[in-house]
Design a protein around this ligand. Structure first.
Ligand SMILES: *Cc1c(COP(=O)(O)O)cnc(C)c1O
Length: 397
């Protein structure tokens, strides 16, 4: 670290480089350093890494739509017609036909008055929450809500009360005690690391009783839950009413982008207040066109795909339970296998990887340090043989 070696760096540059590398070193020492892996798709539910083929349990492409020929064709045709980039925010450069079409189809799909498309689920949550919850609002948030909800709450001026995971008694006691002028309950429908489902019916009636708004994040529910894939509300057989529904096109739809469905007033307010919508370039029209086709397939023509998805889910889940693995309260294609601490989860992930199974270890800050896990995301694309092999491999663990 003598001056001559670093002759061309300024002192502050050297200092910040040291700080960054120290921080990285500390992450490495705690086994918390994350790294990226290059992958290529290799047929249904498989990926290639460094030339080797792995069974893939890391993707949320539940129905295998990301490679669906009709969706690929729709995107290609839209690129021919509209070019690629959209140029700017829709407030400046306008709404392309595929954006409008996508919102129309999503409103029908979710059976709501209106829909606004966002660039990602992360952008939707960080845009919507500050737009609808101000300094006079208390937000009640499930402790296992997705990071994008947590960040959306941080960006808002609202106070937050975190209730214990899916604990309706706890939520009710907080609602009862609160004297806030406005209240908003926010929950994932399917919890992304545990794979369990929020009791939306109870939540909706509690919200009604205590005069609270309700916002649900249906990222993993859309296309997966409900007879026709409409998500959490269809699963519980309840009408949207005043519930604000957020969902993504990046998971079961196999595309990219996200949306918020609600009343026209809510949507108009978001167009005026959601900063991630206002100050970010809109989705490429071809991405929206792909989304249109995906919604069409997901809503009307994916019954068999969804049947296969749930059959695969049962196969893997029952097999894991039978061997005595702790899969928490998973009820969906997201199946956690509790491993304990960071080290054991990494070892388990590595063992699977060595056996050509790609199922990532999930560590802090995503989950608590004593609840590290392997997260299996099973899809319609897995074969019974894929799942048998995976179970066989875990049996030898
Ligand atoms: C994946 C996910 C998001 C983020 O969606 P992206 O489109 O990937 O940004 C938000 N909420 C939940 C619950 C998710 O699982």
């Amino acid at each position: 670290m003598k001056g001559s070696e670093k002759g061309r760096s300024s002192k502050s540059e050297v200092r910040s480089r040291n700080e960054f590398s120290k921080e990285l070193e500390s992450l490495r020492n705690k086994n918390l350093l994350r790294k990226l892996t290059c992958v290529e798709p290799a047929g249904n539910a498989h990926i290639k890494i460094k030339g080797q083929v792995y069974t893939n349990y890391s993707s949320n492409d539940y129905l295998g739509l990301s490679t669906h020929p009709e969706i690929v064709r729709a995107a290609a045709a839209a690129i021919q017609k509209f070019g690629f980039g959209s140029g700017s925010s829709r407030l400046l450069s306008g709404t392309f036909p595929p954006h409008a079409e996508l919102e129309e189809r999503l409103a029908k799909f979710k059976k709501t008055e209106c829909v606004l498309v966002f660039n990602t689920g992360y952008a939707a949550n960080t845009g919507v929450i500050p737009a609808i919850a101000g300094a006079d609002t208390v937000i009640f948030s499930d402790e296992l809500n997705h990071a994008s909800i947590v960040d959306g709450i941080r960006l808002s001026k609202a106070d937050v009360m975190v209730y214990m995971h899916r604990d309706m008694n706890h939520l009710e006691s907080l609602l009862r005690k609160s004297s806030a002028r406005r209240r908003l309950v926010i929950t994932d429908t399917v919890f992304s690391m545990d794979g369990d489902i929020a009791p939306i019916k109870v939540l909706a009636s509690l919200c009604e009783r205590y005069g609270s708004g309700l916002m649900i994040d249906d990222a993993h529910g859309t296309g997966v839950l409900g007879k026709t894939g409409r998500g959490g509300l269809e699963h519980f057989g309840i009408n949207g009413g005043s519930i604000i529904q957020m969902g993504t096109l990046s998971k079961a739809a196999g595309c990219y982008g996200a949306f918020v469905a609600g009343s026209k007033d809510v949507i108009d307010l978001l167009i005026n207040r959601a900063r991630s919508f206002m100050y970010s370039t809109s989705l490429p029209p071809a991405v929206a066109a792909a989304g249109c086709t995906a919604i069409d397939i997901m809503g009307r023509r994916s019954v068999r795909l969804r049947e296969r998805l749930w059959k695969n889910r049962k196969h893997l889940h029952d097999g894991l339970e039978h061997m005595g693995f702790d899969t928490l309260d998973s009820e969906t294609p997201i199946i956690p296998v509790l491993a304990g601490n960071i080290d054991t989860s990494l070892k388990m992930g590595q063992y699977l990887y060595d056996n050509k199974i790609f199922a990532p270890a999930i560590r802090p800050p995503t989950v608590p340090g004593d609840k590290c896990r392997i997260r299996f995301s099973v899809t319609a694309g897995h074969t019974a043989e894929d799942i048998d092999k995976t179970l066989e491999c875990l049996k030898k663990l």
